[in-house]
Design a protein around this ligand. Structure first.
Ligand code: SAH
Length: 258
């Protein structure tokens, strides 16, 4: 008979890592990592978080950086199951919150189809946390009654219809994965009569190399290319952007130029 050294109880924890700064992980997240046998982590998660996991835990990078699709979603799903069955507790560490454009539910569903129990630990989504760190509130009495979080890159490669609708609303509009489509998105806001609407772009929010550009819909494309903003970045459109202290200077600058 083969001797079984360890009784394995497969389980998966879907863990939101927060927007980047490793101190923005929840306490519950730290505890889950401390109890991990395996950690599967993404491109947008800070590797400093792996230090919470035991030294002998297996740590596997399963990132999908755009351009070099190192792991397909199917491959990640299968790895997650293999590791859970062979090693026990798999912590699936995902950037931000697992369910905000994180394909978290697909992984949950896949594990469930193998009867592997899944626990979800939410994370601070970049969509709310990154504007907040800049002291841009996503809602504010009298300025914004709602906020929309939209992807700039849909499965079929087209701009989401939701962006057209959001551009007409008074909502704060936060767009993830939208940097490459910025000019197209800006045209949609202009067509909705929003050329003067305040807009911001934040790269690497919450990290040491964070970059911020604040302007108006009309001028944001030029400023983003001037500042050489790169991914990961998110776009914020809305009156709430005017609450950022540097916005007043921007308005004054334009007033002097014109
Ligand atoms: N689940 C994640 C989002 C995944 S989609 C969350 O809740 O935050 C990935 C996109 O999120 C990136 O392309 C970028 O638009 C945005 N993003 C993630 N982290 C970011 C950060 N630190 N700063 C700016 N944008 C970020």
């Amino acid at each position: 008979m083969i001797e079984q050294h360890k009784h394995i109880e497969p389980r998966v924890t879907l863990l939101g890592a927060g927007p980047g700064d490793p101190d923005l992980l929840t306490l519950k997240g730290v505890k889950a990592l401390q109890a991990a046998d395996v950690v599967l982590y993404d491109a947008l998660t800070n590797e400093a978080l792996l230090e919470h996991a035991p030294k002998d835990a297996i740590k596997v990078y399963v990132g999908k950086r755009s351009g070099e699709h190192s792991h397909s979603q199917d491959a990640i799903n299968r790895l997650m199951i293999d590791y859970a069955l062979n090693y026990g507790h798999v912590v699936r560490l995902k950037g931000g919150d697992p369910f905000v454009f994180g394909r978290g539910y697909e992984e949950l569903d896949f594990a469930a189809s193998y009867n592997i129990p899944v626990t979800v630990i939410p994370g601070i989504s970049s969509s709310i946390g990154v504007p907040g760190l800049q002291q841009i509130p996503v809602t504010h009495r009298g300025l914004s009654e709602s906020f929309w979080v939209i992807t700039g890159t849909t499965t079929n490669g087209k701009i989401s219809d939701d962006i057209y609708q959001a551009a007409r609303a008074n909502a704060t509009v936060v767009i993830l994965m939208g940097l490459k489509k910025l000019s197209q998105i800006v045209e949609i806001f202009k067509a909705a009569g929003k050329s003067q609407l305040p807009a911001a772009v934040v790269q690497n929010g919450s990290e040491e190399n964070e970059k911020l550009v604040i302007s108006t819909v009309q001028n944001i494309v030029a400023k983003v290319s001037e500042e050489k903003i790169e991914a990961p970045a998110l776009l914020i459109f809305g009156e709430v952007v005017s609450l950022h202290p540097s916005f007043k200077n921007i308005i004054q600058q334009y007033a002097t130029i014109s």
